[in-house]
Design a binder for this molecule. Structure first.
Ligand SMILES: Cc1cc2nc3c(=O)[nH]c(=O)nc-3n(C[C@H](O)[C@H](O)[C@H](O)COP(=O)(O)OP(=O)(O)OC[C@H]3O[C@@H](n4cnc5c(N)ncnc54)[C@H](O)[C@@H]3O)c2cc1C
Length: 336
């Protein structure tokens, strides 16, 4: 069963399963799958997937390539199977800036470039220098520069432009020695309330505390974190759509939270749309629900199936569409 390998705790079996702890294992698995005409799904920490109850008909390849190698001048090449938050802890401990606000994000290092993880005003793309990956189409390893990874909001080459083509084995980061912590995000500024001279480790600790309070940190026994984090992306819309949302909410456009997203478009918090369409924290639909502490996290309240989560997803997407005319897009990857 794949359920125990995911943070949702949901999902049926895979026909075949393999652990890849070396790059040679990755290549061998790709060749095996090709020779046997079997589909393949690459799994990291399972924190951004929703696996169908029928499981995955094919080979699930779990990436466990480990190792952290210092390349000098704040540069580190890190195995895709390393736990992301362990890497953050190590870097902040060394006084290296660039990932401190990404503390507490679950999953593997190799999973971070896939959706360009971001939180509290920071995105992993800011510190990634290059990604080493096996190109399944060409059958060879490639080093993709940051520009080639085409990072944008929760999107990249890996999940949007060429999904399934690259298996990430190592990520090269460049961090800033002596760099100041990033304190751009309002929630973080509020919490720190003018505290000065905080170390990177202290900032990362505060970020983990905020996440824990919101059920966005993996904590044993906390039902609110039986999720895949934010289930919906924040929609990026045109100004006229913002006007329609405001009209539907009987508010002035300036009262609808939004921030610039480039090209004259704006990003609206999906959580605000959910709440104003009646999908509030603690909303329950049988064993599926909305976290009691974070509107955007759909949770497995105990014994939920993929079908339960999908039913709730459809209800929310339909409700928000009907109320505001905006179609929300799911963030986690549906497997199976
Ligand atoms: C409680 C909680 C809080 C979260 N908070 C945040 C947050 O603040 N910000 C944020 O951006 N995300 C957040 N997430 C989502 C998730 O943690 C990240 O997207 C994470 O980077 C996923 O990594 P993973 O290793 O678990 O990937 P998985 O869930 O295993 O896989 C996700 C996708 O990446 C692909 N993938 C994984 N590893 C590789 C690889 N080595 N090569 C190629 N493809 C690969 C998979 O095929 C799949 O398509 C949260 C999740 C949870 C459960």
């Amino acid at each position: 069963m794949l359920a125990p390998l995911t943070t949702f705790g949901i999902g049926g079996p895979a026909s075949y399963f393999a652990d890849a702890t070396t790059e040679e294992d990755v290549v061998a698995a790709v060749i095996w799958a090709r020779e046997h005409g079997v589909r393949m799904f690459v799994l990291g920490g399972g924190s951004n997937v929703l696996v169908r109850d029928t499981g995955f008909r094919g080979l699930v390849l779990k990436i466990g390539v480990m190792g952290v190698e210092a390349c000098g001048d704040g540069c580190f090449e890190v195995g895709a199977g390393e736990v992301w938050d362990d890497f953050v802890e190590a870097m902040t401990g060394l006084g290296l800036a660039g990932v401190e606000c990404l503390a507490g994000i679950p999953g593997s290092v190799g999973g971070t470039p896939v959706q360009n993880v971001g939180a509290y005003g920071q995105e992993v793309a800011e510190t990634i220098e290059s990604v080493r990956a096996f190109d399944v189409s060409d059958g060879k390893f490639v080093a993709l520069s940051k520009a080639e990874c085409r990072f944008r909001y929760r999107e990249s080459l890996f999940n949007m432009d060429e999904p399934g083509r690259y298996i990430v084995t190592r990520v090269r980061f460049r961090l800033r020695a002596g760099g100041e912590p990033n304190l751009r995000y309002a929630d973080l500024q509020r919490r720190l309330g003018g505290m000065e001279g905080l170390t990177l480790t202290e900032v990362a600790k505060v970020v983990r505390e905020i996440r824990r309070e919101k059920g966005m940190l993996l904590v044993e026994g906390d039902a609110d974190c039986r999720s895949a984090g934010s289930f919906f992306k924040n929609p990026i819309i045109g100004e006229e759509m913002l006007g329609s949302i405001a009209a539907a909410a009987r508010l002035e456009a300036s009262k609808v939270p939004h921030w610039p997203a480039g090209d004259g478009r704006v990003k609206v918090p999906a959580a605000w749309l959910l709440e104003h369409a009646g999908f509030v924290k603690g909303y329950a639909d049988g064993p599926a629900g909305i976290s009691t502490r974070h509107t955007l996290a759909l949770t497995n309240r105990g014994g939920a199936t993929c079908a339960d989560i999908e039913r709730l997803q459809e209800r929310i997407v339909g409700g928000v569409k009907e109320r505001f005319g905006v179609t929300l897009v799911r963030e986690p990857v549906l497997v199976g």
